[in-house]
Write a protein that binds this ligand. Structure first.
Ligand SMILES: [Zn+2]
Length: 558
């Protein structure tokens, strides 16, 4: 699921304006994983920084999401130059980090001269914490993280020459490393922070010195398929999507996988890279779906950063692109789109104002899904109107390719430009649908929204409803409150005040409506599992069915 997807890259690009100093500074990273009891417990980082200016203050994000404390991982921070060691005191950061927060800052007691060495130890999590999934963490076969969760970097908007080297001797003879630094090896500290680093006994595709701009690596060892199969699928998708979305030249790209026992799947897009995390029981098809989702983001980079626009298109095309390109069958496609529809219609927050829903990202998991699923519904509706108005001659793919071309030509690609483009095909409905998506109107696609082989059916479905306040599971400690006496949760034995011991993938739960939820609660001092299906009152929605005696697979894809 896309639960913790953040447009990390987008935010960074906006603050990463390049300023080239008279003499370009350089930064070399030396990374040494420390092993204890067979697991990486820390990374020793040594930075060698050369510049004709004194070292700016050093910064790192304080937190990443409410529960991931970053700065607390850093210890033994030391800075020295040609005159010896410097002492450090707390500074005040002036540039926001990738999530718009104020980082922690350290200042030196005097100006540095010449080559500066910065060294420290970053503690590595051995457990998964709720929050963005790119945190510094170990797993059986190695470790990985985005730079912003373990690198202390100069607070500067200058472009540095950058290089990274690993000492992997602790990880065994087979250990290798990969990172997503720009191919030019020139980057601002913000871009270095947005680089993903991975080391260990990696499964990989296109390791080093290959001509293809695509590389992939994984520390995860899923139980249900060979990692190589996924890496190859990713490569294939990357080539086909580039073609589908009108990109003649492929940008260099790195795809990374790691495991995350807590959630079934989650991905994030970084500059020139994407990282997908999943638990080891995931099916190949689910992995392909999340990969497809993140891959779509890669091509949407240049478009407006609003969440509904990015995520709506990504949720729609995560299913549509593989189907249109012949990667998946019509049955798989139908199941996936019906799931998108169910997730939208069964969500009690579908009438919430979009801006308010986006703002509630960390406090209400139902609101959090609005940019994703309502966004997708808006694009599905728009696509269906274009198909209808043009008697099947046009669809959203062409508009998207045109819009992406606009952005490459440097023209404005804001929301109003998009609506203006849609208006050329469907007239005033373009404005009506856009307003409905923003204000929380009820969205219903036209009958042939998913092509000629499928038809619309009105259905009754239960709303997603935990049976208690959702905030019970979105804070620490997790204590059940507002329990409704007749809810499935109460009937299964859950009690007001129960302490929930293990965090729950709420986004995942909502995107699999009517599947059971298991809570691990403390009962008489002992952990006890309670399972129930978190559904409530019936609501009205739509599903699509396969028409009888329809055309073959190729016809269905149009
Ligand atoms: Zn996304």
């Amino acid at each position: 699921m896309k639960s913790y997807h953040h447009p990390l890259g987008m935010l960074l690009l906006s603050v990463a304006g390049t300023t080239v100093a008279a003499e370009q500074p350089s930064i070399h990273l030396q990374l040494t994983p420390i092993l204890q009891g067979g697991q990486v417990v820390a990374v020793d980082v040594k930075e060698t920084i050369e510049s004709d200016k004194p070292l700016p203050q050093l910064v790192i994000s304080k937190t990443l999401g409410p529960l991931q404390h970053i700065v607390e991982r850093i210890s033994q921070l030391q800075v020295s130059d040609s005159q010896g060691q410097l002492s450090l005191h707390q500074g005040i950061a002036t540039l926001p980090d990738a999530l718009g927060q104020t980082p922690y800052a350290w200042q030196t007691n005097r100006d540095t001269t010449g080559i500066v060495t910065v060294s420290y130890r970053a503690a590595v999590s051995t457990e998964t914490t709720p929050g963005p999934t790119w945190e510094l963490r170990t797993e059986a076969k190695g470790m990985s993280a985005a730079g912003n969760t373990f690198l202390v970097l100069p607070e500067s908007q200058a472009t540095y020459k950058v290089s990274a080297a690993w000492d992997l001797s602790a990880l065994g003879d087979d250990a290798t490393s990969i990172n997503s630094l720009p191919v030019t090896r020139e980057a601002t500290p913000a871009r270095i922070a947005a680089t993903y680093f991975m080391a260990g006994d990696l499964a990989r595709l296109n390791g080093s010195g290959v001509s293809s701009p695509f590389r992939a690596a994984s520390t995860a060892a899923p139980n249900k398929f060979a990692t190589a199969t996924l890496l190859e699928w990713a490569h294939n998708a990357y080539q086909k999507y580039s073609d589908f979305l009108g990109f003649s030249e492929l940008p260099p790209f790195t795809v990374l996988f790691r495991s995350n026992p807590m959630i079934s799947k989650s991905g994030t897009e970084l500059p020139d890279a994407l990282m997908v995390a999943a638990n080891n029981d995931i099916e190949l098809s689910e992995m392909q779906q999340i990969l497809s989702h993140e891959m779509v983001h890669v091509y949407l980079h240049s478009l407006e950063g609003a969440s509904w626009f990015q995520e709506g298109l990504a949720v729609m095309y995560e299913n549509r692109a593989p189907f249109a390109l012949g990667f998946t069958s019509s049955d798989t496609y139908l199941k996936a789109v019906n799931n998108t529809l169910l997730t939208y219609y069964s969500n009690v927050r579908k009438d919430m104002d979009m801006q308010a829903a986006t703002a509630a990202f960390w406090t209400d998991a139902r609101a959090r899904l609005q940019p994703y699923y309502r966004g997708a519904m808006y694009f599905i509706v728009t696509d269906s109107r274009i198909r209808k108005a043009s008697n099947g001659e046009h669809n959203l793919d062409q508009l998207l390719v045109d819009f992406l071309a606009r952005s490459r030509e440097g023209k404005s690609v804001a929301a109003q430009d998009w609506v203006a483009l849609v208006r050329q095909y469907i007239g005033a409905d373009a404005d009506k649908d856009y307003a409905a998506m923003q204000s929380g109107g009820f969205l219903v696609p036209e009958d042939d929204a998913f092509g000629r082989c499928f038809t619309r059916e009105k259905v009754s479905m239960p709303l997603f409803d935990l049976g208690f306040e959702i905030s019970s599971l979105m804070q620490v400690p997790r204590v059940i409150h507002g329990l409704q006496p007749n809810s499935p949760a109460a009937k299964a034995g859950l009690k007001e005040g129960d302490k929930v011991l293990k965090s729950v993938g709420l986004d995942e739960q909502q995107s699999k409506p009517s599947s059971p939820l298991t809570l691990l609660v403390e009962r008489n001092g002992k952990p006890t599992s309670i399972s129930f299906v978190p559904t409530g009152a019936l609501t009205e929605g739509y599903q699509w069915q396969k028409k009888n005696g329809t055309a073959g697979e190729t016809e269905c894809r149009r």
